[in-house]
Design a protein around this ligand. Structure first.
Ligand SMILES: NC(=O)c1ccc[n+]([C@@H]2O[C@H](COP(=O)([O-])OP(=O)(O)OC[C@H]3O[C@@H](n4cnc5c(N)ncnc54)[C@H](O)[C@@H]3O)[C@@H](O)[C@H]2O)c1
Length: 438
């Protein structure tokens, strides 16, 4: 351990980062920038080729990442491969592959995680520190990660190698900044592993690195995202109640939050991304037992229903304008799940579009962060019967409503993100319906 600790301290340790997505790529670049020699291992060969060229595969606005990637690739500090043999030369392996849930059973789908560990095992050398960064269900370190690594490597955790869990807290749009400034929790499978992981992350994290055991760390990560999901579901429920009585949920929220210890979240057109819609299920699954969870699954159902609610608002708006949804041209603004990003994983726009198309609408999607939908806003909304805002990309609130009114055929405006001024929209003749505000 002394040798490894020294190598980490002196930045002589070589680091493998397995999975170069939203998490792994910025992690690899940041350690390379800090002075470590980094090997990225990524199974998607197209991505490997792009990264080797110094091209950032992550779309949307991601401040500093593309420049940093080019710099560390050109400087030779980051190398990328699709096979694992290079891991025989590394002293640290960080695993950041996707960990989705099954779309029907909602149980964890660890295909990527298992494949990564099974490929790492035979290439794992003694005295290596392995850290899982992916979000995993409680008890996964003990029941899946450790046994699989031991079986495939023939080595014993704590005796021959060190194992820890250090989940990420980054958000697309702020990946590099979040990596540096967010507090992290480290769950060691042993006290030594936790100490080594802390030494390592100290080089890139300028915030707290709290040590605990792996079960607590797994619970912390999944709980923090379940917390957010439940809070958003609460805000969405209040939004629906405000619609019942014709009130403005955004005004209600603002005034509620003036009361001490109240921090009501933002309601909206749905919750997307790789993490928030699935991490509550990882928590529920990993903590299964005698007591049934009730609130978390209910919150999931409320949030999953929001895009369908938006479709209902569109139907209502069109009906007020004397039009049926069938054959109406509907312009949907925003394909990403989050503003100013190119991340469409679990985007609420997907079920909204499916619902509208099932009702017979002709849907046109606009999104400046996806080549296939970057068609120009004017062209996207031209002659439409209904415009639906699903994402608050900067372009949308910057659009003059008077121009929008001129471009559309039927003035129905459904605002899923409180982007437009309701009064002004109505003055201009729009039938305006916002989530929680009409
Ligand atoms: N996206 C986020 O903002 C975020 C934030 C915090 C935590 N997380 C968690 O981090 C993990 C990774 O998320 P992500 O958004 O980076 O996912 P991602 O899909 O963007 O990246 C995962 C990468 O791993 C690669 N991969 C999969 N299996 C592999 C294997 N066996 N060997 C090598 N490469 C492999 C994939 O090709 C992909 O490029 C997940 O567990 C997620 O829940 C994500």
């Amino acid at each position: 351990m002394k040798n490894l600790a020294k190598a980490i301290r002196d930045k002589q340790a070589k680091i493998a980062v397995i999975g170069l997505g939203y998490v792994g790529l910025p992690v690899a670049c940041t350690f390379a920038q800090a002075g470590f020699q980094v090997l990225g291992v990524e199974r998607d060969k197209t991505k490997v080729a792009q990264i080797e060229e110094g091209i950032c595969p992550i779309g949307g606005r991601e401040p500093g990442l593309a420049e940093l990637l080019t710099k560390v690739i050109r400087g030779g500090k980051l190398q990328v491969r699709s096979d694992y043999t290079g891991c025989q030369e590394t002293n640290v392996a960080l695993v950041a592959v996707e960990t989705p849930v099954d779309s029907v059973s909602k149980k964890p789908n660890y295909e990527a995680l298992r494949a990564a560990l099974a490929a790492l095992g035979p290439n794992l050398r003694r005295e290596t520190l392995v850290v899982i960064e992916s979000t995993i269900a409680p008890q996964t370190m003990q029941n899946v990660v450790q046994p699989l690594l031991e079986e495939t490597s023939g080595l014993k955790a704590d005796k021959d190698f060190y194992l820890a869990y250090c989940p990420e807290r980054v958000m697309p749009g702020k990946l590099l900044a979040n990596l540096r400034t967010c507090n992290r929790v480290i769950g060691g499978m042993s006290a030594q592993a936790a100490q080594l992981a802390r030494e390592l992350y100290r080089h890139i994290v300028e915030a707290d690195l709290d040590i605990t055991d792996s079960l607590a760390a797994e619970l912390v990560k999944t709980t923090e995202n379940a917390y957010r999901d439940v809070q958003i579901a609460f805000a969405n429920e209040i939004a629906l109640l405000c619609e019942n009585v014709g009130a403005d949920v955004y005004e209600v929220r603002q005034l509620v939050n003036k009361s001490p210890y109240r921090t009501m979240h933002m309601p909206g057109a749905g919750v997307g991304g790789h993490c928030t819609p699935k991490d509550p299920w990882l928590l529920v699954h990993g903590a299964e037992g005698r007591r049934e969870p009730r609130l978390i699954p209910t919150a999931r159902a409320i949030n999953d229903n929001m895009p369908l609610h938006v479709a209902e608002l569109a139907e209502d708006g069109l009906a007020e304008a004397g039009r049926a949804v069938k054959d109406a041209k509907v312009a949907v603004l925003g394909y990403a799940y989050l503003e100013n990003t190119g991340d469409a994983r679990n985007s609420p726009t997907i079920p909204l579009v499916e619902t509208l198309e099932a009702l017979g609408a002709r849907v046109m999607i606009h999104d400046p962060h996806f080549a296939e939908y970057d068609i120009g806003l004017r062209e996207a909304v031209a002659d439409s019967d209904c415009v639906i805002v699903m994402v608050a990309h900067d372009e949308y609130p910057a659009t003059d409503l008077a121009d929008l009114r001129e471009w559309v055929a039927t003035p129905v405006l459904i605002d899923g993100r409180n982007v437009f001024d309701k009064e002004r929209a109505r003055e201009l003749g729009f039938i305006y319906k916002g989530v929680g505000n009409w």
